[in-house]
Design a protein around this ligand. Structure first.
Ligand code: AMP
Length: 119
């Protein structure tokens, strides 16, 4: 994907980010607009647009993203009180950056899963 993708550019070191963990296949960095005391984005270095494409195209890489998310949760002290891990996907999911990323949120009670009851 390369130069058109914001998160590919972070992987390439062309745009700065506060990296908290890096593996051969994944990168974790702090969200630029945190919505909780801990808000880290965990991405595969390889470009996939969203979590469905990633899980269908490379399940092992999807597992790497989960493993890195768990490691960051432990590093950030979130395992005891809990945290939220979510993938906004597509238009209804509110996805804005089309390089798959897990939002790791924690450090305070996060409230209901959705701001509104849509059922
Ligand atoms: P989403 O709506 O799920 O696509 O979330 C995109 C997230 O990327 C938002 O929470 C943004 O605050 C975050 N974001 C956008 N640009 C950057 C950046 N340069 N570094 C870190 N986080 C970013």
């Amino acid at each position: 994907m390369g130069s058109d993708c914001l998160f590919c550019r972070i992987v390439a070191g062309e745009i700065p980010a506060t990296v908290v963990r890096e593996t051969d296949t994944t990168l974790a960095f702090r969200d630029i607009g945190p919505k909780a005391p801990v808000h880290v984005l965990v991405i595969p270095k390889e470009h996939y647009a969203d979590v469905a494409t990633l899980a269908q195209g490379d399940p092992a890489l999807a597992a790497d993203v989960l493993a890195t998310s768990a490691a960051v949760a432990e590093d950030e002290g979130l395992l005891g009180d809990g945290f939220r891990l979510m993938f906004n996907t597509g238009a209804y999911g509110g996805q804005e950056v089309f390089h798959v990323h897990a939002h790791l949120l924690g450090g305070a009670p996060l409230g209901p899963m959705l701001a509104r009851d849509l059922a």
